[in-house]
Design a binder for this molecule. Structure first.
Ligand code: ZN
Length: 131
């Protein structure tokens, strides 16, 4: 298990991918809490098979964020969902595309065993675990 303080101004998703790369982690689950300066959330349109993006440009608390690390196209791929709250306590949630960190803490649990790889799934249009 890794306990990490994410650097100020880091982009959360690439920070976790770089962490996995640095420590040769091929599969993991993680949770993150903290605050973001801005964020981009996604909602997957199940009819068009495209992500609709929601850009949040105001500071957000990371009320909850969970995700995993697996492999896609030979490199670590981070998949995360988050619930973010603004200064009024209003929340937005979804697929976390990116988040600019004000301060964040990550607990990452490395999963041992066979590498989990993602493959394109024709039914959903998503890259899903090939297990
Ligand atoms: Zn997702």
């Amino acid at each position: 298990m890794f306990i990490v303080r994410v650097e100020h101004d880091a982009e959360l998703m690439s920070f976790i991918a770089n962490l996995a790369n640095q420590y040769h982690i091929t599969s993991a689950a993680f949770a993150a809490i903290g605050a973001l300066k801005s964020a981009k959330l996604g909602f997957y349109n199940q009819l068009t098979h495209e992500y609709m993006e929601d850009l949040l440009v105001t500071p957000q608390e990371v009320a909850s964020c969970t995700g995993n690390v697996s492999f896609k196209d030979g490199t670590p791929f981070v998949h995360a969902h988050a619930v973010l709250s603004d200064q009024n306590g209003s929340t937005r949630g979804g697929h976390l595309i990116e988040g600019k960190v004000f301060a964040a803490e990550v607990q990452l649990f490395e999963l041992l065993g066979d590498k989990v790889e993602r493959k394109k799934d024709d039914v959903t249009g998503l890259s899903l675990w090939d297990i």
